[in-house]
Design a protein around this ligand. Sequence first.
Ligand code: GLN
Length: 194
Amino acid sequence: PVKVGVLALQGDVREHARVLTALGAEVVRVRRPDELAEVQGLVLPGGESSVVDKLSRAFGMQQPIRAAIAAGMPMYGTCAGLILLADRVADGIVGQETFGGLDITVRRNAFGSQADSFETDLAVPVLGDPSVRAVFIRAPLVIETGADVETLAALDDGRIVAVRQGPLVGTAFHPEVSGETRFHELFLNAVRSA
Ligand code: GLN
């Protein structure tokens, strides 16, 4: 089986590990560089991006993750994980850094307090039918995409909520909490073909 990691500094690590295990992958909870070195792909869970950023620097993980991205390791980020894969954050907290890799700009907490959390059915052409039940929890939006970025899903009004660039996939929503497994399959396929 493929061996993949879930970055386990903060956030919904268990939910991702459960989906990946159910899909037949061997899952490592990654907190240290030597654990990252063991895996062929990495999931960045949802949580709080500024906290994961700080912890990743405190644990000496920022540079190893950046190096893995530069080396072409497949990664999948949900929500805070999408923010961490973005090259640019429009409104990060002071000093907030990201791993980068996706040529996008994201806006954190883009849905404001009135729609803090919501669910919707989302067409994702690359995954086929049926549509995806997408759960948004204080979710970010992709507000700018570079030329090499593929939009995988957008809301009815055109706002972008899922992207791919080479082996990197990011979603503003959380498929791992609604029983949706196809984004993780997409990630595992990228790992197998990397
Ligand atoms: N609002 C969080 C952030 O900015 C993301 C929320 C989530 O991951 N569900 O990091």
